[in-house]
Design a protein around this ligand. Structure first.
Ligand code: ADP
Ligand code: 5GP
Length: 197
């Protein structure tokens, strides 16, 4: 039904420090035939090469973003990196539910916990944890997407982000990839099959 409030429907939240494997896990879950659809956030950060407006993000200016905050159009938002806003539009959640799908959110740890608070037991909040900071560093280096300075920033932030793990519903350690993906799929299936919640 179009236009109804969907706070009673289930959602999946995935949060992790950068490089822990969040995108890899989300991609796997989206392809697993579970009826999930990626929630495309709005952001004021610059579009990167290869990104498409309306695919990775809805790219808008900082002024537009602030207007949307004022108008109450966002379910949640954070200034994840200085000067760059990221947030979930209420209309995006509505769009996915109207499609008959379950939204899966890729959010920073603070945003993830905020959305969990709004949805309560209708939300499954997953935290993807690297086996260690050393392994995280290796993965970030092998991805070759960051300058040394950015890599340092991401690692410094990771130590702080890891402290939030116990507040999530499930912590999935991403060691051996196949095991982590299988565990993620099982946890999500169990949550979706649990009719009582
Ligand atoms: P995030 O989205 O959390 O920043 P990615 O999914 O991009 O992380 O993963 C970071 C890098 O580590 C990528 O190059 C990815 O292919 C690799 N990676 C992810 N999970 C594993 C794993 N279990 N073992 C080895 N490499 C992995
Ligand atoms: P990116 O590398 O895409 O610039 O940075 C993304 C960071 O912002 C990741 O930690 C991602 O989870 C987070 N993020 C993306 N969209 C949202 C959102 O709508 N809200 C919040 N709180 N964080 C978001």
């Amino acid at each position: 039904m179009k236009g109804r409030v969907h706070r009673n429907d289930k959602i999946i939240i995935v949060s992790a420090p950068s490089g822990a494997g969040k995108s890899t896990v989300v991609k796997h879950l989206l392809a697993a035939g579970l009826g999930l659809e990626f929630s495309i956030s709005a952001t004021s950060r610059k579009m990167r090469e290869g990104e498409v407006n309306g695919r990775e993000y809805y790219f808008i200016s900082a002024d537009e973003f602030r207007d949307k905050i004022k108008e109450g159009e966002l379910l949640e938002w954070q200034e994840v990196y200085q000067g760059s806003y990221y947030g979930t539009l209420n209309s995006e959640v509505q769009r996915i539910h109207d499609n008959g799908n379950i939204p899966i959110f890729d959010l920073d740890v603070v945003g993830g916990l905020n959305v969990k608070k709004i949805y309560g037991n209708k939300a499954l909040a997953l935290f993807i944890k690297p086996p260690s900071i050393e392994v995280l560093e290796q993965r970030l280096r092998s991805r070759k997407s960051d300058s040394e300075e950015n890599l340092r920033k991401r690692l410094d932030k990771a130590a702080w982000e890891l402290e939030f793990a116990p507040r999530f519903d499930k912590v999935l350690v991403n060691g051996v990839l196949e095991v982590a993906l299988k565990n993620a799929e099982e946890v999500v299936k169990e949550f979706l099959n649990n009719k009582g919640k």
